[in-house]
Design a protein around this ligand. Sequence first.
Ligand code: TYD
Length: 202
Amino acid sequence: MEGRFIVLEGSDGSGKSTIAERIGRYFREMGHDIEFTREPGGTQISEKIRELILDRNNTEMDYRTEALLYAASRAQLVSEKIIPWLKAGKVVISERYVYSSLVYQGLGRGLGIDEVKKINDFATAGIKPDLVILLDVDPEKALKRKLSIDGGDRLENEDISFHKSVYEGYKKLSSYFPEIVTINGDRPIDEVFEEIKVLLTR
Ligand code: TYD
């Protein structure tokens, strides 16, 4: 496909949104058309699924249901938005993608990476990003920041051991997927972005 697909991954509160904006600005200044999206969400249907998944009252949600809902939200986003954008030659910047499901549901919830990858291969019709930037920040620090801002959603209110296993999960994942580049996010934003810029010019 013509365009470029860039994904930001990392723990809750790792600074994905700020970096996404910087990347967008960089490509815009180079004269590219940019589209931003986030997961779960990004289309009308996907946003409805997002509400369902993150609702703090849905305490009885089965882990498989959770994994399937994330995949369903993603399927809609890929077919309705991402594929047409890439076909139109745009730069697509997404906060989170399949890798989040592999880590949070596959490892964090213990459903297994292979199982979760299977439903996601189906959901995404095999659409893969050109680059995945993993923002590596201390999970405890990141979570504290997030909870102090908005009180957190259903996933963010899991205990710290869940978030630590997510953090370890990301580290493990990056050794399996060559498209993942790990960047130390525990630094001033300008410094982090300087390192990312080098990846964007490749
Ligand atoms: P969000 O508020 O978008 O978090 P953040 O700002 O940190 O990206 O909420 C998304 C939550 O859903 C977050 O806790 C991670 C989780 N998640 C999964 O468990 N699996 C997935 O496939 C995705 C995309 C997100």
